[in-house]
Design a protein around this ligand. Structure first.
Ligand SMILES: [Zn+2]
Length: 390
């Protein structure tokens, strides 16, 4: 949507933030791949121009892209995939809304969004870049537990005046308890240039009541980008993209936009050859780190402190290589269930031990190096501890 580079008030981030590097988040970020982004971007441009306000063929391309998105989310394992349909230009247009429920605050939502319609061309950068970023983040996070719920939304008809996001914000999504809105639009960079800065956008418009919170959120976004990608950041103002209808409703917004601005947006030359896919990959890693922070992916760690039994079960050594030992406080326990879960939330080890010995030895040499969570269940009490396999 954006055609002007109105970056004002440039300010390097990292001045006001508190969050620190999180090895668990890094383990999740490491699962994003350049290959997936490249594949998805090629598939996205192959649909051609995706536009409900042009010929039937271009409208059909938009419908095909919508069905492609749905199929992707299904492949990733999502089941709550909703077509948010409305009518523009006499045609049915669709936002795709994918919901992932949080473990602690299921009714509070982080929205991460990007539009998938294009104008005057295939839209490799605007907004194939944001579309593929969203897909890769959704893939990686499919089984990662978070405290807050997340909605991944691919908006339609953005290029005709933010019509999809406006419809959602004021109809389907009205009344939703939205914690933050995180918008991704045109993060593809420029081929042949050094693309090593991403612009983090904060709310500087009216209403102003939500501006301070947006500034804090945007600083946290910038910090996450610098922690989990190779990019530097600049802070600028949010404008002319799908966060604005939410901003108008008083929601707290932030967003990402390329620093080197393409000259090809909204033209037939907005093609992959004119952008920088490795830049999109770096932006994806940073955005993923930010989303893990916003949605509080550390929810799985919280049981470490809450389990009253933690001081009575010892798991050692930690870090561990092949054998881990679990020492119980007493011997007459009837049964324990031991699980290990990797950073993607996948169960990789499961064992039931009847009448465990005072110290049980578990062989875990088949597990690869990394961060895991071991949960030990005795009756209804579950103790979870993070362990690192060397
Ligand atoms: Zn756009």
């Amino acid at each position: 949507m954006k055609t002007l580079n109105l970056i004002i008030g440039l300010l390097f981030a990292n001045l006001l933030t508190a969050q620190t590097y999180n090895v668990y988040h890094q383990g999740i970020v490491d699962n994003a791949t350049l290959a997936n982004i490249t594949t998805n971007l090629n598939e996205f441009v192959a649909f051609g121009e995706k536009n409900a306000f042009k010929t039937t063929a271009k409208y059909n391309n938009l419908v095909d892209a919508k069905n492609w998105l749905k199929a992707k989310y299904q492949t990733f394992g999502y089941t709550d995939i909703v077509e948010d349909n409305f009518t523009e230009n006499g045609r049915t247009v669709t936002n795709i809304v994918v919901t992932k429920i949080g473990e602690v605050y299921p009714n509070e939502f982080i929205i991460i969004d990007g539009h998938y319609d294009t104008l005057n061309g295939v839209g490799a950068n605007d907004n194939g870049s944001g579309t593929t970023l969203l897909l890769e983040i959704a893939r990686v996070m499919a089984n990662v537990p978070t405290a807050y719920s997340i909605k991944f939304i691919n908006f339609s008809v953005e290029e005709q005046g933010l019509l999809g996001s406006d419809y959602y914000a004021n109809n389907t999504g009205a009344g939703l308890d939205i914690r933050y809105v995180f918008n991704i639009d045109e993060v593809g960079g420029v081929a042949g240039m050094t693309n090593n800065i991403i612009v983090c956008e904060r709310d500087e418009g009216s209403p102003t009541v939500n501006n301070a919170a947006s500034a804090v959120l945007t600083n946290e976004l910038a910090t996450s980008i610098e922690l989990y990608s190779s990019l530097s950041t600049e802070i600028s103002n949010a404008y002319a993209s799908d966060y604005m209808p939410f901003e108008d409703n008083g929601e707290i917004i932030t967003g990402l936009y390329e620093k080197n601005e393409t000259a090809h947006a909204h033209s037939s030359t907005d093609i992959i050859a004119n952008m920088d896919i490795p830049y999109v990959f770096e932006v994806t890693k940073g955005a993923l780190g930010a989303l893990l922070h916003f949605a509080d992916a550390d929810v799985v760690l919280s049981t470490e402190n809450s389990a009253v039994t933690m001081n009575t079960i010892k798991i050692f050594p930690n870090p561990v290589s092949d054998n881990v030992f679990v020492k119980f406080d007493r011997e007459n326990i009837s049964e324990v269930k031991i699980k290990m879960i990797n950073v993607l939330g996948k169960e990789v080890y499961y064992k039931i031990i009847q009448s465990p010995k005072h110290v049980e030895k578990l062989n875990i040499d088949k597990l690869t190096s990394g961060v895991y969570f071991m949960s030990i269940q005795r009756g209804t009490v579950v103790t979870t501890q993070k362990i690192v396999i060397k």
